[in-house]
Design a protein around this ligand. Structure first.
Ligand code: SF4
Ligand code: SF4
Length: 434
């Protein structure tokens, strides 16, 4: 698509908005701030004014586009089907082209382009994290020792400890199925957060796959899925990372692609379409996208649920935006959880409402993201459950931060961890090593 065609597509989307205001009742940012400027219709109007040349892309206008979680709730509730999330990303891209990125984002996204250097930086950072972060005594994470607002670090924000032994270092590239006969090969796209912050759910994914008869391949050349970059308006970096991943994935023989991160999955399955415009790898991506499944979809379709053992847990489930509206996954994790013997499942109020993380949104607007998160935490605690289960590391980090600050007894687990625990329980009962 050339610039003129792209502009026409944006204009056609913008004029679909009838300014009815239905999106006000669902937008988490508007509900927290009660400011019309934060609504989808206001952002659509702003985009129209920019297109017509009535408004310049000043840093103030850029901030209007940035104050959005890209949760897609407005689109899901819009009678006219306006893809406001896409318009906001177009607005961010135009604003970045005009004003540039913030120094922190510029540094971070440049780092993402150099996979090996990025890896070395995070491993070194993990070794020396105690210089910047203070570990909490109960092992539930760490807090920054100093205020670093430029890097999105608020002194009351509780972060997960970074692992000094990332997921992709713990596991070999090829892992054989644990059954005598293999059903095929699954490519596991780990993403960054499972690799560097939450390796245990990643290990659970591999365990689930191999015990169900699937060989696993974890491509070494995979890099960040690019979501942080392209959602921030750095389309060039997003596209570079997408192309690296397409090359890394297509270089490995595989039957299915599994993700366990909502944002990685949505990027690989759908979002790359918008940034690979005119790329020679577009058709390769189209083929790849048909094979992408979230781990909960894969388990429901290709794994044996009759072998799940008893778990004496009480759980509720939070829908990550990029899973429920990004990949259309919501019934699958629930169906699996409900099929685990002994596990009590209680639905929370507004389970599919954004938790307020929104990637870098929670770094830039920490207090606002906490306010949005507080509603989620109230709903979690009202269920009286022991665990909150979810399928997104970013949601997990933000919700754990809030629960820990509240001294709540509720713990957060990834869906894959719960499934794997249930398989472990059955293996223990049978007296089998797993
Ligand atoms: S985005 Fe949709 S719901 Fe919101 S004002 Fe426009 S038409 Fe109405
Ligand atoms: S994507 Fe979410 S935060 Fe952004 S305008 Fe729509 S409802 Fe509001």
């Amino acid at each position: 698509m050339n610039q003129t065609e792209r502009r026409r597509v944006i204009e056609q989307e913008v004029i679909k908005c009838s300014r009815c205001g239905t999106c006000r009742s669902i937008c988490p940012v508007f509900l927290a701030e009660n400011n019309e400027n934060t609504t989808a219709r206001s952002k659509n109007r702003m985009m129209e004014a920019v297109l017509e040349g009535d408004v310049e892309l000043t840093p103030g206008v850029q901030e209007r586009f940035e104050k959005c979680l890209l949760c897609k709730a407005c689109k899901a509730h819009c009678g006219s089907g306006v893809a406001t999330d896409k318009l906001i990303m177009e607005g961010r891209a135009a604003a970045v082209a005009h004003n540039g990125l913030s120094p922190a984002k510029k540094m971070a996204f440049t780092g993402l382009r150099y996979r090996k250097l990025f890896d070395l930086g995070l491993r070194t950072g993990a070794l020396f994290q105690n210089l910047i972060f203070k570990k909490l005594p109960d092992g539930r994470g760490c807090v920054p020792r100093i205020l670093l607002p430029g890097a999105g670090l608020n002194q009351r924000r509780i972060m997960p400890n970074m692992t000094t032994n990332p997921l992709r270092s713990r596991l070999p590239k090829f892992i054989k199925a644990k059954t005598p006969v293999s059903k095929g090969r699954v490519l596991f796209f780990t993403g960054c957060m499972l690799n560097y912050m939450y390796p245990e759910p990643g290990e659970a994914v591999v365990s689930i796959l191999t015990r169900n008869g699937w060989d696993v391949v974890i491509p070494e050349e995979q890099c960040c899925c690019g979501t942080p970059a392209f959602t921030s308006g750095d389309v060039e970096t997003g596209r570079f990372l997408a192309e690296q991943n397409i090359k890394a994935i297509s270089a490995e023989k595989h039957d299915h692609i599994v993700t366990a991160c909502a944002s990685c999955g949505a990027a690989l399955k759908h979002e790359y379409k918008h940034i690979l415009d005119n790329s020679s790898l577009l058709s390769t991506w189209q083929e790849i996208s048909t094979k992408v499944l979230d781990i909960s979809q894969f388990v429901l379709k290709y794994c044996d649920l009759s072998k799940l053992g008893k778990l004496p847990f009480k759980v509720t489930y939070h829908d990550p935006c990029h899973l429920v509206r990004g990949m259309n996954v919501s019934s699958e994790p629930r169906e699996i959880l409900k099929s685990i013997p002994g596990l009590k499942f209680v639905e929370m109020k507004d389970a599919n409402r954004c938790c307020g993380a929104g990637g870098s949104f929670s770094a830039v607007y920490y207090e606002l993201s906490r306010k949005i998160n507080d509603k989620k935490l109230d709903n979690v605690e009202d269920t009286g459950m022991d665990y909150l289960v979810t399928g997104c590391s970013s949601c997990r980090m933000h919700i754990t931060d809030g629960l820990t600050q509240r001294n709540s007894s509720v713990k957060v687990l990834h869906t894959a961890e719960v499934i794997n625990m249930a398989y472990d329980a059955a293996s223990r009962k049978e007296g089998k090593a797993c």
